[in-house]
Write a new protein. Structure first.
Length: 264
């Protein structure tokens, strides 16, 4: 059954009816978290992934900075006290299987992180009046969480489940086909079947890990997440793949607001 989306107030950010109901039940303080890509090369409308990683405000980040303030104002109109955080995903691509990619867009792992840190600092200049900007490194590292290690284990768990569980394998294969063009565009070449499987497990692990950890950190607080449209959104809540956090599978999922735009 296809989901029906509606705007929240006068903002252009889209939510399902179910998520709008969840927001309607919230009161007082609410955490609003945007997750954005690093400043990958682009043509002004979509990512090309050619050339070095930039140090400025990336393509997706610009869209969040365009739409998030309006959404925050809409929340204030109905007596919410929003706290805004925009996170630059600097860690997800720094796994061994992505070494070819991150060394293509940066001189080293350290240079990649430095470029993302500079981007986050540039974003900070744009959100200082209504929120904060951090990298995954700063956000998760500040809480003593080894995000990268967790994500790598999640990818392994996904691959293992895909080999053993026929039902999950169907879902995994569908996601792999959805992500094929992006995976190859990202890496700048055609991928073999085994490479596509590894790319799909890696891609899926990004949202599984981040979504699960956000549920954990804001478990007792109101949380709304803003994200661009992606086939990966449906994987945000697969907490069963994250060791030690499986119990969160049965807790209520946070609302997700879709930022307009097609970036791939």
């Amino acid at each position: 059954m296809e989901k029906i989306y509606s705007h929240f107030g006068d903002s252009k950010i889209l939510f399902t009816k179910k998520d709008l109901t969840k927001i309607g039940r919230m009161k007082g303080e609410v955490n609003v978290v945007s997750t954005v890509c690093p400043d990958y090369s682009n043509n002004g409308a979509s990512y090309t992934f050619n050339g070095k990683l930039g140090r400025g405000v990336g393509l997706v980040a610009k869209r969040h900075l365009e739409f998030a303030p309006i959404f925050l104002d809409e929340l204030k109109k109905v007596d919410f006290d929003p706290h805004y955080l925009i996170l630059t995903a600097d860690l997800p691509e720094l796994v061994d299987c992505q070494k070819g990619f991150y060394l293509k867009v940066a001189d080293s792992k350290e240079d990649y992180l430095s470029r993302c840190r500079s981007s986050s600092e540039e974003i900070s200049k744009n959100v200082s009046s209504f929120g904060k900007s951090k990298t995954f490194s700063a956000f998760y590292g500040g809480q003593g969480i080894d995000y990268l290690n967790i994500q790598e284990n999640v990818a392994k768990n996904i691959e293992m489940r895909a080999q053993k569980d026929r039902d999950f394998r169907g879902r995994f294969n569908y996601f792999m086909r959805e992500r094929k063009d992006l995976a190859e565009k990202f890496r700048g070449r055609s991928l073999s079947d085994s490479e596509l499987e590894a790319a799909a497990a890696h891609g899926m692990s990004l949202y599984v890990t981040h979504g699960t950890l956000l549920k954990r950190f804001f478990e007792k607080e109101n949380l709304i997440v803003l994200n661009h449209a992606t086939a990966n959104l449906k994987n945000f809540f697969m907490c069963e793949f994250v060791g030690g956090y499986e119990y969160l599978k049965d807790s209520m999922n946070f609302p997700i607001g879709i930022i307009p735009g097609d970036f791939y």
